[in-house]
Design a protein around this ligand. Structure first.
Ligand code: SF4
Ligand code: SF4
Length: 120
Protein backbone atom coordinates (compact mmCIF):
# COMPACT_ATOMS: atom_id res chain seq x y z
CA UNK A 1 0.00 0.00 0.00
CA UNK A 2 1.40 3.35 -1.03
CA UNK A 3 1.87 5.90 1.73
CA UNK A 4 0.05 8.80 0.10
CA UNK A 5 1.38 11.28 2.66
CA UNK A 6 4.74 11.00 0.88
CA UNK A 7 3.42 11.31 -2.68
CA UNK A 8 4.23 14.66 -4.27
CA UNK A 9 1.91 16.71 -6.47
CA UNK A 10 3.42 15.18 -9.62
CA UNK A 11 3.14 11.63 -8.26
CA UNK A 12 6.75 11.16 -7.16
CA UNK A 13 8.03 10.18 -3.74
CA UNK A 14 10.95 12.03 -2.12
CA UNK A 15 11.66 9.28 0.38
CA UNK A 16 14.98 7.70 -0.53
CA UNK A 17 16.11 10.55 -2.81
CA UNK A 18 19.85 11.20 -2.44
CA UNK A 19 19.34 14.98 -2.55
CA UNK A 20 16.98 14.83 0.38
CA UNK A 21 19.29 12.50 2.26
CA UNK A 22 22.32 14.77 1.82
CA UNK A 23 20.29 17.82 2.82
CA UNK A 24 20.54 19.66 -0.52
CA UNK A 25 16.74 19.50 -1.04
CA UNK A 26 14.12 19.78 1.73
CA UNK A 27 11.43 17.94 -0.30
CA UNK A 28 8.55 19.73 -1.99
CA UNK A 29 5.85 18.64 0.48
CA UNK A 30 7.87 19.92 3.41
CA UNK A 31 8.87 23.16 1.67
CA UNK A 32 5.49 23.86 0.03
CA UNK A 33 6.97 23.48 -3.46
CA UNK A 34 9.97 25.74 -2.84
CA UNK A 35 12.77 23.36 -3.79
CA UNK A 36 16.15 24.25 -5.38
CA UNK A 37 15.05 22.97 -8.84
CA UNK A 38 12.30 25.57 -9.03
CA UNK A 39 14.10 28.40 -7.23
CA UNK A 40 14.11 30.51 -10.41
CA UNK A 41 10.32 30.60 -10.64
CA UNK A 42 9.68 30.73 -6.88
CA UNK A 43 7.92 27.41 -6.52
CA UNK A 44 7.01 24.26 -8.44
CA UNK A 45 4.10 24.92 -10.81
CA UNK A 46 2.69 21.41 -10.39
CA UNK A 47 2.66 21.78 -6.61
CA UNK A 48 1.08 25.24 -6.90
CA UNK A 49 -1.59 23.96 -9.31
CA UNK A 50 -2.52 21.09 -6.99
CA UNK A 51 -2.88 23.54 -4.11
CA UNK A 52 -5.09 25.75 -6.26
CA UNK A 53 -7.26 22.73 -7.13
CA UNK A 54 -7.26 21.43 -3.56
CA UNK A 55 -5.87 18.10 -4.73
CA UNK A 56 -3.29 15.99 -2.90
CA UNK A 57 -1.71 15.09 -6.25
CA UNK A 58 -2.71 15.56 -9.88
CA UNK A 59 -4.48 12.20 -10.13
CA UNK A 60 -7.01 13.40 -7.56
CA UNK A 61 -7.67 16.73 -9.28
CA UNK A 62 -11.17 17.32 -10.67
CA UNK A 63 -9.55 18.34 -13.98
CA UNK A 64 -7.30 15.27 -14.28
CA UNK A 65 -6.01 14.54 -16.87
CA UNK A 66 -5.75 18.19 -17.91
CA UNK A 67 -4.21 19.38 -21.19
CA UNK A 68 -1.23 21.03 -19.52
CA UNK A 69 -0.01 17.93 -17.67
CA UNK A 70 2.22 16.43 -20.43
CA UNK A 71 4.03 19.75 -20.78
CA UNK A 72 4.24 20.46 -17.04
CA UNK A 73 5.60 17.00 -16.26
CA UNK A 74 7.51 16.55 -19.52
CA UNK A 75 10.24 14.37 -17.94
CA UNK A 76 7.82 11.46 -17.58
CA UNK A 77 6.19 10.36 -20.88
CA UNK A 78 4.02 7.90 -18.92
CA UNK A 79 2.74 10.52 -16.49
CA UNK A 80 -1.00 10.07 -17.21
CA UNK A 81 -0.69 6.31 -16.80
CA UNK A 82 1.36 6.72 -13.61
CA UNK A 83 -1.04 9.21 -12.02
CA UNK A 84 -4.07 7.14 -13.09
CA UNK A 85 -2.61 4.10 -11.31
CA UNK A 86 -2.02 6.15 -8.15
CA UNK A 87 -5.54 7.55 -8.35
CA UNK A 88 -7.00 4.05 -8.76
CA UNK A 89 -5.03 2.80 -5.78
CA UNK A 90 -6.23 5.71 -3.63
CA UNK A 91 -9.85 5.19 -4.73
CA UNK A 92 -9.62 1.45 -4.05
CA UNK A 93 -8.43 2.22 -0.51
CA UNK A 94 -11.31 4.60 0.12
CA UNK A 95 -13.93 2.24 -1.29
CA UNK A 96 -12.58 -0.76 0.61
CA UNK A 97 -13.03 1.19 3.81
CA UNK A 98 -16.50 2.45 2.87
CA UNK A 99 -15.46 6.02 2.08
CA UNK A 100 -15.90 8.21 -0.96
CA UNK A 101 -13.16 10.82 -0.86
CA UNK A 102 -13.68 14.18 -2.44
CA UNK A 103 -10.06 14.86 -3.41
CA UNK A 104 -10.00 17.86 -1.12
CA UNK A 105 -7.18 17.98 1.42
CA UNK A 106 -6.05 20.30 4.17
CA UNK A 107 -2.44 20.44 5.23
CA UNK A 108 -1.37 21.13 8.79
CA UNK A 109 2.17 21.13 10.20
CA UNK A 110 1.91 17.48 11.14
CA UNK A 111 -0.99 15.97 9.21
CA UNK A 112 -2.64 15.80 5.82
CA UNK A 113 -6.40 15.80 6.34
CA UNK A 114 -8.38 14.28 3.47
CA UNK A 115 -12.04 15.17 3.20
CA UNK A 116 -14.16 12.03 2.78
CA UNK A 117 -17.64 10.79 3.45
CA UNK A 118 -19.07 7.38 4.27
CA UNK A 119 -22.60 6.19 3.55
CA UNK A 120 -24.14 4.77 6.74
S1 SF4 B 1 8.09 18.45 -9.87
FE1 SF4 B 1 7.19 19.64 -8.22
S2 SF4 B 1 5.70 18.28 -7.25
FE2 SF4 B 1 7.09 17.03 -8.47
S3 SF4 B 1 8.70 16.36 -7.04
FE3 SF4 B 1 9.41 18.21 -8.09
S4 SF4 B 1 8.87 19.91 -6.75
FE4 SF4 B 1 7.64 18.12 -6.15
S1 SF4 C 1 -4.31 17.74 -13.12
FE1 SF4 C 1 -3.78 19.62 -14.22
S2 SF4 C 1 -5.15 21.19 -13.39
FE2 SF4 C 1 -5.14 19.49 -11.95
S3 SF4 C 1 -3.55 20.00 -10.45
FE3 SF4 C 1 -2.57 18.73 -12.03
S4 SF4 C 1 -1.70 20.18 -13.51
FE4 SF4 C 1 -3.20 21.28 -12.26
Amino acid sequence: MTDFTTITACGECCVGCSKKKDGSCPGCIESDGRVPEWAGSGMCKVHACCKEHNARFCGLCSEFPCDKLPQMISWNPEIIKHLSALRDEAEHFWKKNGFAETGATNETDKYTVVVARREL
